[in-house]
Design a protein around this ligand. Sequence first.
Ligand code: GLN
Ligand code: ZN
Length: 772
Amino acid sequence: MTAKSAAAAAQATVYGYPRQGAQRELKKAVEGYWKGRIGADALKEIAEGLRRANWQQLADAGVHEVPTGDFSYYDHVLDTSVMVGAVPARHRAAVEADTLDGYFAMARGNQDVAPLEMTKWFDTNYHYLVPELGPDTVFAADSAKQVAELKEALAFGHTARPVLVGPVTYLLLAKPAPGVAPDFEPLTLLDRLLPVYAEVLADLRAAGAEWVQLDEPALVQDRTPAELNATARAYRDLGALPDRPKLLVASYFDRLGEALPVLAKAPVDGLALDFTGAAAANLDDLAAVGGLPGKRLVAGVVDGRNVWINDFEKSLSVLGTLLGLADRVDVAASCSLLHVPLDAAAERDIEPQILRWLAFARQKTTEIVTLARGLARGTGAIAAELAANRADLASRAGSPITHDPAVRARAAAITDADGRRSAPYEARAAAQRDRLGLPLLPTTTIGSFPQTAELRTARADLRAGRIGAAAYEERIEAEIQEVLAFQEKAGIDVLVHGEPERNDMVQYFAEQLSGYLATQHGWVQSYGTRYVRPPVLAGDISRPEPMTVRWTSYAQSLTDRPVKGMLTGPVTMLAWSFVRDDQPLGDTARQVALALRDEVDDLEAAGTSVIQVDEPALRETLPLRAAGHAAYLEWATESFRLSTGGVRPDTQIHTHMCYAEFGDIVRAIDDLDADVISLEAARSHMQVARELAEHGYPREAGPGVYDIHSPRVPSAEEAASLLRKGLEAIPARRLWVNPDCGLKTRGWPETRASLENLVAAARTVRAELPES
Ligand code: GLN
Ligand code: ZN
């Protein structure tokens, strides 16, 4: 095919669409089903209606080929486990008794069985259920869901393309089932899995699929030669199947790298590649392998995971180059639109001019269709859209919101000294010991105390105008009094105010920083029926007024013990927001860091002697490929130091992270130069403490001794034995005693009992120390 005919054939498509519905109908229906308020038939009917509406919306917008099978009651990786028959033994009875209830049992567990583990889908904020596999896993094809949804779409008259998680990615996302050797590699099951995919593909072909999409995002990560060989084998085998649908292998979130030549050579009919952000490197890589002669290329030029309008001219230029590299070029978003909210037009509180900079799933669909039309018929066919796009981009680039001279000047004047404490750790530790007078093995918590129903009601009442600001603040003060009184009575050494005023650790700050936008309806799926509304980092960031000083000072006025100030760090602020795409992430992080630095300095000036800056997202934001790690960790640690570097030596800086695996960022943790770090460790039996020790971590650490993820109350003896384990790795004068994470999801009864046991454990173990 010539470039000209490739262009003429250009079509618009997407890989997936938000599942929840405009009013989050799916969340309500699924939760209603769990509570027994609606039956399975009603749930199925609602789901069908949502799918139908999505397809119609896509088709009306001009999308030629709609996706099917991307819908899910809970998670598409769990759907894949069902499709290949990988139901863990402990869930089999539930699945046999009732397919739908068994499905939800795998997702959420029940009284008798634990659910599948949940983890992040690559570097997005979507979480999937991790397949559990072992040498005894027997796969069996169950194509019912995929076939039914394809037939539904076809019955409505759409051209439809089923979308499946590809076999290689499925296995690479899996982990050894409980009881299976931890070094078992699920990828060794590939030969057993391929026949199951073959069966599903045949069923889809029989049901009328011309094309089937196999998603292989795992191939954008660093892969071993063995993994690349397995990929080659998988697609050689699937490609060789007789009477199969055409296969489109999709990748997203980064460049394919070494996997590109493998897939380009595979006997499949098309590739879908990401051309946004760093993945734009796919363009040169594709040229280097000689393009995809005879194949279809689906070009993801519209960013599927961020909320900004596309740059049409830039995309058309990429598409133009691609025309010479494949037989047919179609236009798509870089990944499923699952990761963005549904419709920017639903936002009422965002200024109309700024709203024009935003594109959610609906707007992105229109962009994709416009680009496909421009590609097929020439820019003349989209002249009006191009002009409007140019104007919107210019308005964003020239806006005082995105270019605040004061913020820019301040960022430009940052020096190395700003990110460095004024004294080395040893001197700081001595000054802090004098000022704080803490015992050995000091006890503290991570910040939040139970967020009770009354607190949430008070917040809702304030928002709805049912109560005034004064009444709300009184309510918060009363809560702080209670939290302080409990901690004093329990004998905790470093207290917290309990964060009762915070809805969410990122949103609370986003609402008070200028440059951030909040949405009213910008829900995106985090996992299952949990949806979040990430704030949008839209402009240059500054802090007009102190954000937390009032509450921390109030708490401090109630006690003689130190009250720890609590802030969310710059990396986490970025990780759980939609970020700017018009400047490097490091620049945005630096602006947020300076705003937080103002808060840290104000807390210190108000007399706060201990300040914690939480960075639970430090590790999850790590780039997918190792090549990107160093540059990321550089700006990530720099921005943390910038936010905390301005305090006196005798002000103690804490940080907190909650995950047990952090081997690959231990050096970065050290680079934060925080005086104290608290980490999740209870479930891994203090493994974290040993790892810190192995790396020679020189400062103070509090590996958690209370697993806050469960309502279970650890006994004092249990906490004491964890502490003794901690002492094997970390000397007493550097070991803190604290829970794994904040207590906001816990109830008061178990929180009280657990913290009392934690203090008792600290006292017992202190008494055993030769130092005491
Ligand atoms: N300070 C926060 C809290 O206790 C930290 C939460 C987190 O690490 N995710 O809630
Ligand atoms: Zn935490």
